[in-house]
Design a binder for this molecule. Structure first.
Ligand code: ZN
Length: 266
């Protein structure tokens, strides 16, 4: 986001790129006329390309917008002469430098996320939870929630593992609720479940803090979701802040202020 007194050179230096790259990447014709508040895409040299397999109903433009790249760029890189004729099953190379946020996550997770298109305007907040169980995994939690009679099982949209069971530390599990863009079941009021994305970190943070890898994954995921769903940093919250007096979730060892600072310092 461009702030007052920012220059293209200054922004480029801050993000380890060049003003020329920024100019080309953002279609800026006059670098002296940067609009305060406008958002720039940062092309990071370290970012790796990802492969996307075309699915039924995809158009080149839709894939491009999901990854934050231009349709023409995607067509050029993949030598597509007829963008209206892309075959299902075709593998596309997508330059990973599309957005600023997804680059923090491993390519495989970025790819998995990019396959899901969030329902426009549905999601307005992100709510962070802990599982309150030191050893757990998403599959087991799904079973537990199903046994409790929850219609779609696992109450959250995402679960971030601490490596204690079947998933590795920092691994993000994408639940059916996110894949199918269903309401959550992670907070008490229906209106909240209809608008809040639920992310659960495995662990009991009343007893000990989340792992570094969990926090990194949470940051990458939140930044990705914020960009995709147009959610601001102030709308990233915790269960206990959303619903005071009802719960201690996600525990006293999770610091929202420290986490929010990381988001806004990006
Ligand atoms: Zn909670």
């Amino acid at each position: 986001m461009v702030r007052k007194n920012d220059t293209l050179h200054g922004i480029a230096r801050k993000y380890g790129t060049s003003a020329a790259d920024l100019k080309a990447y953002n279609n800026i014709s006059n670098p002296d006329l940067l609009l305060v508040g406008s958002k720039l895409k940062i092309c990071s040299k370290q970012a790796r390309n990802v492969t996307y397999v075309v699915r039924k109903g995809d158009s080149l433009a839709a894939v491009a917008s999901r990854f934050g790249v231009k349709t023409s760029t995607l067509a050029r890189i993949n030598r597509i002469s007829r963008p209206d004729l892309i075959r299902v099953g075709r593998k596309l190379t997508v330059p990973a430098a599309g957005g600023t946020a997804p680059s923090r996550l491993p390519a495989v997770q970025r790819q998995a996320l990019a396959k899901i298109r969030p329902t426009p305007k549905k999601w307005t907040k992100i709510v962070i939870h802990h599982s309150a169980t030191p050893v757990d995994d998403a599959v087991n939690m799904h079973r537990v929630h199903e046994d409790r009679g929850m219609e779609n099982g696992l109450a959250y949209h995402f679960v971030i593992s601490n490596g204690s069971r079947k998933a590795s530390d920092g691994e993000i599990y994408i639940s059916k609720r996110w894949k199918d863009q269903l309401d959550g079941g992670h907070v008490k009021k229906l209106a909240w479940n209809q608008t809040c994305i639920g992310i659960c970190l495995i662990g009991n943070f009343e007893l000990r803090p989340p792992t570094t890898k969990q926090l990194d994954a949470l940051l990458g995921l939140c930044e990705y979701l914020m960009e995709q769903c147009n959610i601001s940093a102030e709308k990233v919250t915790t269960h206990k802040i959303l619903h005071p007096g009802h719960t201690v979730c996600p525990g006293k060892n999770f610091s929202l202020s420290a986490f929010s600072e990381k988001i806004s310092s990006r």
